[in-house]
Design a protein around this ligand. Sequence first.
Ligand code: PCA
Length: 210
Amino acid sequence: MKILITGFEPFNKSNINPSGEIIKKLPEELEGITLIREILPVEFKRASITIKELMKLHQPDVVLSIGQAGNRPEICIERVAINLDCVRSSDGSRELPDNGGDMPVDVKIKEDGENAYFTNLPVWDLIKKVKEKDIAVAVSYSAGSFVCNHVMYTALYEVDKYYPNISAGFVHVPFLPIQKEDNKKGYFMELKDMVTAIQEMIAAIAKIKS
Ligand code: PCA
C-alpha cells in the first residue's frame, strides 16, 4: 500500500509551516505502508499541477494532504472541498496573495468540475483513532477557499474523473507553539502530537483499505 502525503511550505510572512514539519518527521515506511512525502508550494497553480503529477507518477492508494489553519484550536479533518478560489477574508477587508503573488477572487477551480466534492476517507474512523490518543480533533465542513481547499479539490476532481480507487482527503493543523508572532488567537499544538495524529490516521486508513 502506498500513501501520498503532502504538506506545505511557509506562507503569509511566517517562516515555518507545521504541515511541512510533519512531513519531515514521517518515516519512508510505516507498518509496511510506503509513504511518499512531499512539500507543496503555497501557490494555486503550481500546487495543483504538482499534486496531479504526483498522483499520476506514483498511482498511490491514498492521498492525504495537510495544511495549516492557525485560527483553529484542534486538528481538523476536512469533509468537503469547494470549486472556488477566493483570497478575500470573510469580512471582505483583506486579500492574501499566494506565495507567487496570485490573488484570485471568486474564480472557479474547474469549469467542468462539481460545485463541491466530499472526501472519500472514513472521517469518523480517523476521528476515533486520534481521540484515543487524547489529541484535539474534529470534523470540519469548510477547508476555506485558499490553496488548501484548491489542493483538496484538485485531488478529489482527479479521483472523480480518473482514479475511482484512490481515497483522498485533507487535514488542517493548528499553529506550533513557536509561531508566537502569527498566533493571535493563542491556539497551538506540539509537533509531536500532530505527528502522532497523522500516524494514527495513516494506520486507520491502511486497516480499512487493506
Ligand atoms: N494553509 C493554507 C495554505 C497553505 C497552508 O498550510 C490554507 O489553509 O489554505
